[in-house]
Write a new protein. Structure first.
Length: 136
């Protein structure tokens, strides 16, 4: 069973009709986004010219029976602390929001679908291998 947590860039690629991302999402049993991804998307919408349309499309996506919203809580904070300190020890900085996204994937036992290569530095994180990674 493929249970994914998608990064912000995967949702954006989906909305841009990226065939690899569409195929990945079609094959997933369950797709999740978390509070951080939602916040990044909403911030992007606010800065654009199609906020109302983008929000309506996101609401439709979130209403799908295969899409789940994951909240961040005290357990998420424990995973965040673990990931943050591991990255600090190996000298591999990752943007703070992405540490929260990784922590959430680990907490909920999800495979992270992302286009960012820096997630590969996070020990214990399950990454979906089929998407090409972008260098930060």
């Amino acid at each position: 069973m493929k249970q994914l947590l998608i990064d912000t860039n995967v949702y954006v690629a989906f909305k841009r009709n990226d065939s690899k991302v569409i195929e990945l999402l079609q094959q997933a049993d369950s797709i999740a986004i978390n509070t951080v991804v939602l916040g990044e998307l909403l911030a992007g919408f606010k800065g654009g010219l199609r906020e109302t349309v983008n929000r309506a499309e996101l609401d439709q996506f979130l209403d799908s029976p295969r899409v789940e919203f994951l909240v961040l809580d005290e357990s998420s904070a424990d995973f965040f602390a673990l990931v943050f300190n591991n990255l600090k020890q190996i000298g591999k900085p990752v943007p703070t929001n992405d540490i929260w996204i990784a922590a959430s994937a680990m907490q909920y036992g999800r495979t992270l679908a992302t286009l960012d290569s820096h997630f590969s530095h996070i020990t214990g994180l399950s990454l979906h291998p089929s998407l090409e990674r972008i260098q930060p």
